[in-house]
Each structure stands twice: as structure tokens, then as C-alpha cells.
Design a protein. Sequence first.
Length: 885
Amino acid sequence: MRTDIPQPVRLADYRPSDYLIDRVELDIKLHATATRVQSKLSLRPNPKGVPGAPLILDGDDLKAKYVLLNGAQIDSSGLFLTPDQLRLETPPQEPFHLEIETEIDPTANTRLMGLYRSGTAYCTQCEAEGFRRITYFLDRPDVLSVYTTRIEADFREAQVLLGNGNRIESGTIEGTGRHFAIWHDPFPKPCYLFALVGGILGSIHDRFVTRSGRDVALGIYVEPGKETSATYAMDALKRSMAWDEEVFGREYDLDVFNIVAVSDFNMGAMENKGLNVFNDKYVLASPATATDTDYAQIEAVIAHEYFHNWTGNRITCRDWFQLCLKEGLTVYRDHEFSADMRSRAVRRIADVRTLRSQQFPEDAGPLAHNVRPDTYLEINNFYTATVYEKGAELIRMLKVLIGDEAFHKGMDLYFARHDGTAATIEEFIACFAEAAKRDLTQFSLWYHQSGTPHVEVESAYDKQAQTLTLDFTQSCKPTPGQDTKQPFLIPIAFGLIASDGAPIALQAGGSDQASEDELARGVIELATTRRRVVFQSVPTRPVPSLLRGFSAPVRLGNSSSEADLLTLVAHDTDSFNRWQAAQTYATRQLLHAVEVVRSGRKPIYDEAFIDALLRVLEQSSDPAFIAQVITLPGEADLAREIGENVDPDAIHGARKALRQAIGEGLKPNLLQTYQALTSKDPYSPDATAAGRRALRNAALDLFCAGNPEEGLPLALQQFESATTMTDKIAALSILTAHAGPEREKALEAFYATHASEALVIDKWFILQATIPEPETLARVKSLMQHAAFSLHNPNRTRSLIGAFATGNQTQFNAADGSGYDFLAGIVLELDSINPQVAARLLAAFRSWRSLETKRQGLAEAALRRVASVSGLSPDVKDIAERSLG
Ligand code: 0A1
Ligand code: ZN
């Protein structure tokens, strides 16, 4: 354990390592409680380092058995060894060898970093700083080494032995019941990409021939008996490999690519070279256990980890401040992949929903940080929506700014120039500046300034002069450590449409012109605090469609009239903005209703909005898109829009009332949609079939909201007869939202059917944790006593505790502070088991300052209670202190 007070790490202090490790030979003898790790390192002074500097290897909770320098014992005055460090005072100044043996206990490893046990397997997680929990090392991403790993284990305990790279040897050790495998990875890599797996695992196998003819053996390893549930993941893997060749010209580079799914994992998955380790949630799927959303996520995560082979592994990060170099770029790539595999418009809407619900609150609260941070206390806390999701938006924006051709030229240059190295964001951007022949200095500010810019647009049409004037203003609120901001470079994709929906041709004029280039691309570049753009020869009053496709991660103040919003909903050629216009309209209605509810009155909703939804519902095209349009903004979305003095109960009340009004107003239409989309086809996870299910279930949900007496029996019928988990969980979620004996009966029946499927039971926990009723906290507490619950399993913890804290706005934010107290208590309990997961749970407090005063006080008290405990992990301490900062 690192018990000393954590010191901030600063980007400004970066200097190259004083030593390099060219080769690593590991010999690992797996044992449940006493695994032996022998490490032979070939080191040399780094020509870029300080000559004669001591060699300081990182450790974390290690027990050293012996250390040899060039084969000999080291004089005790020259070697300092603690569980957290190995320090050699005067290392040789020419190449030398170090041999170290450590003993580690994978069974006691509840933090799930380093070598640990999950089910019937041994596995590792080394990013960001887990390798130092296996052996002493230069645990930093800019030290790249070639690894050869020998793994030895009792055959009965681990029939499967996997490592990075290609397997070069294997055999049994006569008379011992043990066997071994030797893996060699020819590609130099940082230690965070090291992995090994040993265990009793089932597997499926396939092949992929790359376009230059490399025949790659693909394997997916899962808990025995679950093999058939890995076939969709295998299919997604092959499609990812083909797509990366086609779209980015990237081929796979080893003869083997293995994926292992484990049930205990802190995050989604990990891109270890040639040996990805996954949270089994992102591998296992069958129609009876996984929803359409699960299938889509599996496809995306499989692609994400595979794409890291180039963006992350072949080119890695110089230091952890550059995390977005691999993560933002790889998320961008997986988004594009999913858009190509499914409906681009629907994927874009889903991605923006995620950005707004996960990243915008981060940017608006005390945990706001740059996409490229410049200081951290605990790097584990920077695997955030800002680094990942906003990081991906920056890449997308870059492409909008410089165009597709220059973007791909820049990517090719990046791959060619930096392959085999550990790079920085500056080096990455330089490739695009060069390819586009454009100065990207102002664009780079996106990486260095936190906060979500706000763009206001005033639009004025002059009938006489036939001109349209658009006045843009940008601003950005202060964020921690950044009181003032320089103007961002904001690309605003746009178009003008007439009130009948016809597109209007663009002609700029006057002194406030949009450039020819801007008009041709349909993108206005807002680079200053204010900008006016005037369009000439506009024959009728147009409706501007702005920020098409969500061309920049900003909040757009929208002063369009309701009539204009309806024009956009009906006619915009940009599907994203059609959806957005409906969301904006709904949000406006709901924000007004929240005020009405707060003043103790009953909200009334505008018929025109409900009519607009009806017209969308009547279109027969793209059910998945229609499902998105009729799904109202969530409670957390509304809280974010309100921004201050938030009352979660009023938001819940307003939203419930609108859902009821829609359900009542569109009763026959919703029922008709529901009935028309019944399918007798065999299950297919493809986007079209999934889209039909999405619309059918969204219609049922609204129907039940307005007509529970007729709706609930339908939901019950669907629950009982469903052949897919999508339909079953949709029905159960409707039943769960209504108190009564049916709910409890349905929940019991669901548990009884799926008790042996951990991933399905996670859904059962989520549903119960998110019931918006005052009794829920007691239910959550009693579910913690359920045999199926364990704080040691991250998926379980997230399903019950995480879902309560982030998915139950009214009960987590209960006015008496009980939700806050509960979470604080759990975080403290979990901190000694798994600090990484504990810290993530604590981040649920990130928006506490936007609450109304009484809740603010209670949330602050709970955070202070956590912060005041001594002996906190750096992970939890960092989140607690920054949240209060
Ligand atoms: N690089 C992985 C994310 C990841 C980060 C840290 C982990 O440690 C517990 C695990 C995974 C990715 O982006 O997929
Ligand atoms: Zn990643």
C-alpha cells in the first residue's frame, strides 16, 4: 500500500527516464497465494537522461526475494529496498542486467490491479500503474521494452496460459503436474500493456487474414460453458479488423490475437498487446441474456480495444498527461466504426446523449479538468468522460475544421512518423497542421482549457433587404484553476431552410461575410468572442439549423421560436438537428413545468409539442430514430440545464407529468405503434431489428405512463412472453416503476429464472436501485445483504450502489440527506477493498454545488465526512478534496 501523502505529478516536471530497459525476461510461477515472479532486465543509461543518476524502480506492496546486479549480490550500501521502491545508488554507466525475484499474493489482491484472481482464472491489469504490483520496474509509458514471458502453473489450476505476442514454446514439467508456456512479443511496449492469463477457460477460435496476407489466429476465452455467448464478440472483432484496414489503412501485426473475459474487472476492457482482457459484460451475449444496447456496447468495446493496437500500442503516450492521445482518438475511431455498422444518425444522437450526460456535468463541476490535464494526484481518477468522450469530440471537430482529406493525410503522417514511439498531443496536432497547411494553435486550446463553451446566437431577418444576420457570441464559465478563458475555435455546421422545409441556397455578402470556403463546407468558424455573419438574397424568412451533427462540444443557447423548432423537427435534412429540435422543445416545456411544480401547481403541456411527436410517430421510416425523438430528456439532463438551485423532486414531477400527458394524448397512436412493430422473425441483433424493438418499447413505456390500467397488463404480458432480454427488461422496467404486488412478483420471477447469470442479475439490481420512491434506499440496503451481492465485484457494486447514486436522482438526492450518507459510508467501506471503484462512486457527488441550498449543505457534510477520514487511498482522497475544492 502506498500510505505516504500523495504528491501531485506535474506535466511541467516531465523529464525523460535516466535509464531504459531494452529487454525483459519474466518467469512467473503461478500460485494462488504465493506467485513467484523472476524478472531479468537488460538496462542501459538513457542518453537523454542525467548521467550517473540513481536507478529508481517503482514497486507497490511488493515482497522482494533477491536482487542481483550483473549476476552478483549488491553491496547493501548501494541498494535500498522497500515494498514501494527499489533504488540502486550508483548503477553502472554501461548496459547492465538486473535480476529481481518478488513474491505476490493474487488471492489477496482485491484492488484488481496487478496480478489477481477472477473466478477460475489468474489475470492481470497493469494500466495505469499496476505492473509495479507484480515486479519492480520503470513503470512509466515512455520506457519501451521487448518482453519474453514464461508462465508456469499447475495444470489442474490453469490449463490455459496466455501472454502478449506469439507463443514460442510450451510443455509439461515431468512428474510435477505443472506445465508452462513461453510468449514473446517482438513489439517494444510500455509495461502498462503487459498481460498474462492462466486458468480453466473455455474458448472459441477463428481466423482473420489481413490484406497483406497475414493469417491471424483469433481466440476468445471465457468461463467454461459460456463459449457460445462469445460468438457475437468474435464477429465484432473480425468486422473491426476489416474496418481498420479499410478506413484507416491499419493492419494487425501479430500472428495471434486473444481476448479473455473475466467477471471481476475495474473498467470496461484493456488493450494489452495481443491479449485484450475484458470485463465479461463486454463479451458475453445471447438473445436471452443481453439487450440490444448490450450488443451495441460489445461491438463498440471490442472495436475500441482492437483499434488501440495502433492508437495506443504501436504509438503510445509519452506520459499519463497524454492519455487522451490514445483514448480520445480511439473513442473517435470506435464511434466511427459503430456509425458505419449501424445508423450513423442514431449513433450520433446516442454519442451526444452520453457526452452531455457524462461529460458536461464533469466540465460544469468541481472535478472539471482539461482534456490534456497538467497535474494529477492519482492517475486512475483521470480515466474520465472528459479524456475519453470530449477527447473524441475534439478529433471529430478537427476533422470538421480541416476536412476529410487533410484529416486522413494527418492520420497517415501520425502513424508513419510516430510508429514505435511514445508521443504527445503536440506531436499529434503537428501532423494535422502539416497535412492541412493550417495553424492549429487556437484549436489546441480545446486541450488546455476546461469547461463547456456556451454559444448564443441571435438571428434577424430583414424582409426588405432580404438579408439574414446571425450574431454569435461565445463564453465559458470559470473552472477550477481557470478563471478566464481565451476564445475557443468553434466550428458551427449549419444550413438554412424555409418554413416549408426547402433548403435555401447560401450567399454571403456585406462586410460580415462568411468566406467562400465556409459556405462551401456549410461551416461557420467562430474564433472570436463575437461574430456577425450576414447572408444576402434570402427570399423568405429562413429557419437556421445550427451546430448540425453537433459539430462542436458546446452548449448552444437557442432562441428559436417554437414554430421554428417545429419546422426543424419536421423538415431538417440533418437528422441530428431534427432530434435536437424536439429535445430543445421538450426541455423548454419541462423547465417551465419545473417552475410550476415548485410553486405547488400542476403543469400543463403545450398541445403543439404533443402533435409534433405524433407526426414523427406517424412516419414509418427509421424506427430507431423515432424512438430517440420520443424519448424525453432525462432528469439529470434537466438538472444540468437548470444548473443551479436544483430541486430533483420538482424535476421528477414535471417529467412524470409530461410523460403522462403524452401517453394520454397519443394513446391510440402509441398502442398502434406498439402493435404494428410486433415481430415473429427470429432474433437478430442488427441495428434495424434493434431499432424496431427500441421504438416498440418506447411506445409501450409512454403508453403505460398515460394509461397504466390498460398498459400494465400489456407490459406484464410482454414480460411473461418475451423471447429477448431487450423486451423482457423493457417490460420489467415499466412494471418496476409502478408500486404494487405485480412488481414484486415480476422481480422474484426474474430472479428465479436468471439467478445463475451474473450479468442478468446486475440488471435486476439496477432496476431496483433506480426506483424513484422513498422506500428504495431501504431496499438497496437490504439488497446488499442478498447472497448475490458483493462489494468485491465491481459490476455488482456499480449495479446496486452506482445505479442508485447516478441513476436515481430523487432518492440519491433525498431531501433528508440519507442518500448522501449512505454513499459516503459505502465509499469508506469500499476504499479498503478497491479504491479505484470507491473513488468512481464518490464522483457521483460531482454536481453537488448546483443543488438547492439544503441539499448542498447535506452533500457537503457527507463529502467532508469522507475527506476527514485518515488513511484514505489517494484515489478517494483526491476525489473528495477536489469535490470540496
Ligand atoms: N485503456 C483501457 C481502459 C482501462 C484503464 C485502466 C484500467 O485499469 C483498471 C483498465 C482499463 C481502455 O480505454 O479501454
Ligand atoms: Zn481506450
